[in-house]
Design a protein around this ligand. Structure first.
Ligand code: FMN
Ligand code: SF4
Ligand code: SF4
Length: 265
């Protein structure tokens, strides 16, 4: 079983490829019901599941806060502790000590993390000065190279081996210092707004994995207080009409979500 949180499709895409390599492992995508009310959610295990692969993007060199809360609160069946647990995180560059944070979260629930893996994918973070999506060539290169990483990951899951991680430089500072600061001060939906280009098509409203966007004035999006900062709304808008304050001026969009992944009405 692969349990996935994904904002813009990178993690979902990796989970789907890994599932195929492992022989059609079941992929369960977390939505607003699981993420906004994790204490009411049950881990969606099936009888023949032998492992859980916890899959999510890296956010500020740590586990996304919605995933932290899901791991902390989801109802676990007794046999969850007898299963093998793996982490699959996707990142634009590096993960810091996201793997250690994930192991600690599992440990608090009486579960033991077996292996942790990261896959470098196109960057989606655009909400600060200096951060933008990758060039088309760079994104294509990352996607090409991710195939080899996923093949190596599948081998370790099946036959055993070492973690496969790109932690980058100064992982302790990034995860222990920057992550809590980012979580506290940089994860608000307040800066979101739309430009004149918005046609009130409603795609962002229907697609938010946190059900955090409602139709406001003229059917335009109005953001609530349950934002995961996954940036799906920003990246999928067909008019590129969503801004994050003035931090996204002139920046690009990057999404691997396809029409079939998004609700149509
Ligand atoms: C809020 C936020 C924080 C991010 N922080 C990091 C980071 O610390 N390190 C990194 O390499 N990439 C970071 N990224 C990039 C994503 O981890 C990466 O693009 C990921 O593959 C996105 O996965 P998704 O499409 O499944 O949401 C961040 C993206 C977002 C939206
Ligand atoms: S997806 Fe874009 S154009 Fe459609 S309602 Fe949202 S902001 Fe407006
Ligand atoms: S409001 Fe936008 S950034 Fe926030 S959770 Fe929804 S889709 Fe993601």
């Amino acid at each position: 079983m692969i349990i996935v949180f994904s904002g813009t499709g990178n993690t979902l895409n990796c989970a789907q490829r890994l599932a195929a390599m492992l022989g059609n492992e079941k992929v369960h995508v977390l939505g607003a019901a699981d993420l906004r009310n994790p204490e009411g959610a049950f881990l969606p295990l099936r009888e023949n599941d032998r492992r859980i692969i916890w899959a999510f993007p890296t956010y500020s060199w740590g586990v996304p806060p919605v995933m932290v809360s899901y791991i902390n609160k989801v109802k676990l069946p007794e046999r969850a502790s007898a299963l093998e647990h793996f982490m699959l995180t996707t990142c634009g560059d590096d993960t810091g000590y996201t793997d250690r944070q994930w192991r600690r979260l599992l440990h608090r629930r009486g579960l033991a993390g077996k292996n942790a893996f990261s896959v470098i994918m196109p960057n989606t973070y655009v909400c600060m000065k200096g951060f933008d999506v990758d060039s088309r060539e760079e994104a294509a290169r990352k996607l090409r190279e991710s195939d080899d990483t996923l093949t190596r990951i599948a081998k370790v899951i099946v036959s055993g081996g070492n973690d496969i991680l790109v932690r980058g430089s100064f992982p302790w500072i990034k995860t222990a210092i920057v992550y809590p600061w980012f979580r506290r001060f940089e994860m608000s939906a307040t800066p979101f707004r739309t430009s004149e280009a918005c046609t009130s098509c409603g795609l962002c409203i229907r697609s938010c994995p946190m059900a955090n966007i409602s139709a406001g004035k003229d059917g335009r999006p109005a953001w609530g207080e349950h934002c995961a900062l996954c940036l799906r709304c920003y990246h999928i808008c067909p008019r590129h009409a969503i801004k994050y304050g003035n931090k996204t001026e002139g920046k690009g969009q990057q999404s691997l979500l396809h029409a079939g992944d998004l609700p149509t009405e």
